[in-house]
Design a protein around this ligand. Sequence first.
Ligand code: 3AM
Length: 175
Amino acid sequence: MRLFIALSLPPDARGPLTALQERLPVGRPVPEENLHLTLAFLGDQPDEAVEALHDALSTLRAPAVPLTLSGAALFGGKSGQAVGLEADGGKALTEMFDRVRSRLRSAGVRVERRRFRPHVTLARLKGGADASGALSVLAGASIGPVVATSFGLFRSHLNRDGAIYEALSVYALVL
Ligand code: 3AM
């Protein structure tokens, strides 16, 4: 199973994010129910890992994370690009990221050492597509502060049209 851990976004972020998606001149928008902020990408994991991950994550007590989403973000390369907004969650977000990583380590899950670049992906572009129009729309956008009150363990189902994300479990953050 292809798994990742992400903050869920509250309704007051999803509304403005979908409005922004409608203004993008190119790209396939991420469906509203799939919008999230990735904390850790776990890649392919054996089915048995899910229970261990649930045990590790369900006992994590952490405060809700205030988020401001602003600044155009571009990811990827020739095979396909993604555009979105950078996310600023201050100390609460950095600490949440550290806590999740430490839980993953204790659960024996390998985590990448890649630098954490918090963002919300809004649309995926085909390889070679010109992202500049989308980036200029995103450059002028600012959403928040909004408060993320939960995070979850998600499964990514890859299909021909992209990925569908399924929440395997959702955990509350402390308000
Ligand atoms: O939608 P975002 O950008 O938050 O880009 C993938 C997506 O992130 C990312 O994990 C999320 C769920 O698929 N992802 C996919 N492959 C990855 C990899 N090898 C990856 N992140 C880091 N390393």
